[in-house]
Design a protein around this ligand. Sequence first.
Ligand code: MUC
Ligand code: MG
Length: 366
Amino acid sequence: MKIERIEAIPYSIPYARPLKFASGEVTSADHVLVRIHTDTGICGVADTPPRPYTYGETQDSIVSVVTKVFAPQLTGLDLLDRSKVQQLLGRTVNNPTAKGALDIALWDVIGISLGTPVHKLLGGFTDSMRVSHMLGFKPAAELLEEALRFRETYGINTFKLKTGRRPFSLDVEACHVLREGLGAETEIYLDANRGWTANEAMEVLRRTEGLGLSMLEEPCDAGEALGRRRLVQNSSIPIVGDESVPTLGDVSRELLSGGSNAICIKTARSGFTEAQKILGLCEGLGVDVTMGNQIDTQIGSLATVTFGAAFEASSRRAGELSNYLDMTDDLLAEPLTIDDGAIRVREVPGVGAAIDAAKLQKYRQD
Ligand code: MUC
Ligand code: MG
């Protein structure tokens, strides 16, 4: 079975409730749908979220690198020659979500052709993941209202609060209000998206001491190596690397330099192949992982749960899988559902992301 043709389709779906955070804001999902067609007629699919403030990719750059650089290199290759594919993708630096989508679409094709769900091919550990919901910038009372509504409606009991790049008092107040309103049994952790310095992060940790926060993600730029190491050494909770660790090499560097002591894995930027290597590295070193959200659509969230549920170590913590709920629509033909705080994998061949053709026609930009 050979790769015959690769499509990169830009599309745009507005958000009903935009998400704001320290490094940017998302008001519409201006993503790229990647489809890999084979000579047997099978088609694999995946989604890419352009995040210029995180990886330097834009919707245009993703379409361009997929169609002009990767498609000519991959066309004609055997689908199972996975290491060859990785080596070819690796010849181009950066472009993590373009590469991640190609990798996921390839796994999708392999699963469909074998008649096997990809979560089984990867590891088959379990069939669902608990969901963590990401709370963007809002006044504290509105954050609490949102968290209580998500707990009541979906059974979600883990929340990641976006912080940083705004007066400390707002972040500290939000932590206190959420803990008081949600009670001791709800998991709350923070993500500053590099919005503080290491010293500022330590100040916030001091002011939230005793609230039982479980993790602090990307508090400052990992390039501030000494400050970051000091923060890791002095923090009583794990300091999670996210945008500083898109690749296996980045994860190694951050863990060895002491800039992080937990790792966020995102399938949107690592695909399944590199995500699996990152997971193995972390397991071997005894480092916790979280399954993160690149502000994904339902297609992206399904990819995350497919990978996350496949392994014991990636399914231990709740995965960030619910922010698609803020979109006005989605391309997935059969919508995801969150029941009792969890999302299930799909027991169909491949990843299971069948696309609604009419919706793709409506939202595509090309
Ligand atoms: C996160 O964990 O940082 C914010 C920007 C982005 O691309 O992903 C998010 C979530
Ligand atoms: Mg993050």
